[in-house]
Design a protein around this ligand. Structure first.
Ligand code: MRU
Length: 330
């Protein structure tokens, strides 16, 4: 399988090719590939590579090999539910097969279907979301919820792209998104490449921009939306939601069905804690004294009362979220 090495963007645009689940797991962990829908499909592809590699000639032996690969892929990142969704979907497909050969073929077909479905879902979401965007709006986002975070088109940036395709003038305010800088590196890269009007700001400028009335809508992606309506997304999203509420600006998460967790409530979700080096260094250069204790939560949680409505591929989800998520997403 082939993917863009996102750790090198925007300065270097390079594809990497993987042939084992171990390589794919390492790529997910180190964020060569990142973004909830992208890691869901990448993990599914990693499992398909495992099915191809397996020497099993009997189905139970193939399942044993696949379970080991799945466990490794599941251990990479805990927060985005799409990762588990992708792996579970491939395991279910393999288990429904009647021979090892059928299983190998079915798994590859399932991954291809997932790829196509993701782009379709993003395009649908884009159309629903674009109706919320007015001509001339400035949209504040967070992290990268664009083509790079998905198979293509994007979730939050898909909404922006769809609004632009409708002929609306849309400007995107892009916070840099420390510590991994997905905003400055990836969202900026996508928007500049697509010639969509955008301005990069430091994360610390978000409140000031909202207080000056320089933001009309907040549109972000999501890594998991729990059945009780809590939105888990890149660290910094919660402060955007609180400040948006303070300044009367609507906050919209955009997420496909694969991002909804219909099993867990918010208190059962693990927020990934990443390495200290991401905070004490910027792109490999040390900026803090040695020995300083560091906390590096990669995601935060926005409660449903701060959410104006959720943009999904099945339409808009509104309050009361628990009931409407269950109705629309089951
Ligand atoms: O740590 P990352 O870069 O994988 O986090 C990604 C995000 O938080 C995105 O906002 C999210 O996955 C949205 S998906 C299009």
């Amino acid at each position: 399988m082939k993917m863009i090495d996102q750790t090198l963007l925007p300065t270097v645009f390079r594809y990497v090719t993987y042939s084992t689940p171990e390589q794919v797991a390492a790529a997910i962990k180190t964020m060569v590939v990142r973004g909830a829908p992208a890691i869901g499909v990448a993990a599914a592809m990693g499992l398909a590579l495992g099915a191809k590699r397996s020497k099993a000639s009997r189905l139970p032996d193939l399942f044993t090999d696949l379970e080991a690969d799945a466990a490794l892929l599941r251990s990479t990142r805990p927060t985005a539910v799409n990762l588990f969704w992708g792996i579970d979907r491939v395991m279910k497909t393999a288990k429904a097969a009647r021979s090892v050969r059928d299983a190998r073929e079915a798994v590859v077909a399932e991954v291809k279907a997932m790829e196509e479905e993701d782009v379709q879902a993003n395009r649908k979401m884009g159309r629903y979301g674009a109706d919320l965007i007015d001509d001339g709006d400035t949209v504040l986002t967070q992290c990268n919820a664009g083509a790079l975070a998905t198979v293509g088109y994007g979730t939050a940036l898909g909404v922006v792209r769809a609004a632009v395709e409708q002929g609306k003038l849309v400007k995107v305010l892009v916070p840099e998104t420390r510590p991994a800088l997905q905003g400055a590196r990836l969202t900026a890269f996508e928007l500049v490449r697509d010639r969509i009007s955008c301005t990069l700001i430091s994360d610390t400028a978000v409140g000031h921009m909202l207080s000056l009335g320089r933001v009309d809508k907040v549109v972000v992606g999501a890594d998991r939306i729990t059945k009780d309506g809590y939105v888990f997304n890149k660290i910094g999203t919660y402060q955007e939601a609180v400040l948006a509420k303070r300044h009367g600006v609507p906050f919209y998460p955009a997420a496909p069905r694969s991002t909804f967790d219909l099993v867990r409530t918010h208190d059962k979700v693990t927020i990934e804690e990443r390495g200290a080096e991401e905070v004490v260094e910027i792109r490999g250069r040390r900026i803090a004294p040695r020995g300083i204790p560091v906390a590096n939560p990669a995601f935060d949680m926005t409660p449903p009362e701060l959410v104006e409505s959720m943009i999904t591929d099945r339409g808009l989800v509104k309050q009361p979220y628990a009931a409407n998520i269950a109705r629309l997403m089951s």
